[in-house]
Design a binder for this molecule. Structure first.
Ligand SMILES: [Zn+2]
Length: 330
């Protein structure tokens, strides 16, 4: 009887942690931080000194938008777009979705767009806001918007951020979201090649964001299919391991399963991470060029405002208090 109770409680603890493990973040906190950090090194000399000076801020705050979804209503849809809901099975949803926001609202209503995600339009809005911040030489806003923009651009590169089956829940593959964007990169990120070249000017940020989403969307078929195929080759106890971090035990995809998946995807996760890095640098660069290439060295003797610091502290407190708004998608 006692053993039974112990076994049942162990089981319940594991179920609890497994359900926590389902709690998913875009690129994981790890991936987002790395993308923003490495994007700094793509910048031209006129920008890199400023961004390097603030590289810790840009890195640490890469995850603010994910934290904010605990505190801010309306945050969640900015991280994804379930584009497949706009077309019947087999049809191309990109043929029916207008790329411009007001055309899309006219066709589908704003409520519908918000319900299924707005990431490409939000990237465009963020580029415009960052451009304005550069024009105003507003240090707080430049930092805040650069970090945030990097996050949303990173999300648009994740295939499972473009589908209604975002966590494999429709195909019995629950957990695949965090697997692709957190587990695989965390295991391999030190071996990735981060030389991605120099930031380039993006003529049309909205088109670029749409092209990224479109590419991501067509990749989600392999993302789902390969996991399914490998799950047939691996028994459940080969597929998963229990890992203890500190006092917490978590059910995780095993290293052999993760390696086999990464290999089958032929380096897709690394490629997408690299693409995210160059895209983030290019969007920052574009906003700076559109603002008339302001001299950023004059900002180096400025400090971020106390109000700005307090706002970030407040966000972290709210995040720790942990109230979720919207679905676990981003
Ligand atoms: Zn996100």
């Amino acid at each position: 009887m006692r053993n039974k109770v112990i076994i049942t409680s162990i089981f319940l603890v594991l179920v609890y942690f497994f359900s926590n493990f389902q709690n998913i973040y875009s690129w994981g906190f790890f991936g987002h931080k790395r993308i923003n950090r490495m994007a700094v090194f793509t910048l031209p000399p006129e920008m890199i000194t400023f961004y390097k000076y603030h590289i810790e801020y840009i890195t640490e705050n890469a995850v603010n938008p994910d934290k904010r979804r605990y505190a801010v209503e309306g945050e969640a849809p900015r991280h994804y777009i379930d584009i497949d809901v706009y077309a019947p099975e087999g049809a191309n949803p990109f043929d029916s979705m207008p790329r411009k926001w007001y055309d899309a609202v006219a066709k589908y209503t704003e409520d519908t767009l918000q319900a299924y995600g707005i990431v490409p339009w939000h990237i465009d809005v963020m580029v415009k806001r960052l451009t304005q911040a550069f024009k105003d030489k507003d240090l707080d806003r430049i930092l805040f918007l650069s970090a945030d923009l990097g996050h949303y651009v990173g999300d648009s590169h994740v295939p499972l951020h473009t589908t209604v089956n975002y966590n494999g829940h429709l195909t019995n593959q629950r957990g695949i979201h965090a697997f692709w964007e957190s587990r695989v990169p965390e295991l391999n990120a030190d071996d990735y090649d981060y030389f991605v070249g120099r930031a380039k000017y993006i003529k049309n940020p909205l088109d670029y964001a749409w092209e990224t989403v479109e590419e991501s969307h067509w990749q989600k078929d392999s993302v789902l299919k390969f996991e399914k195929e490998l799950s047939e080759e691996f028994s459940p106890d080969q597929k998963y391991v229990f890992e203890t971090r500190g006092t917490v035990t978590m059910k995780q995809y095993s290293q052999p399963f993760s390696d086999a998946y990464d290999k089958k995807l032929n380096g897709m996760v690394e490629r997408k991470l690299r693409k995210s890095i160059i895209a983030v640098g290019s969007f920052w660069y574009t906003a700076w060029v559109d603002a008339g290439q302001p001299d950023l060295t004059s900002l180096l003797n400025q400090k971020v405002s106390e109000k700005f610091k307090e706002e970030i502290e407040e966000l972290n407190k709210k995040y720790e208090a942990g109230k979720i708004h919207g679905r676990d998608h981003e």
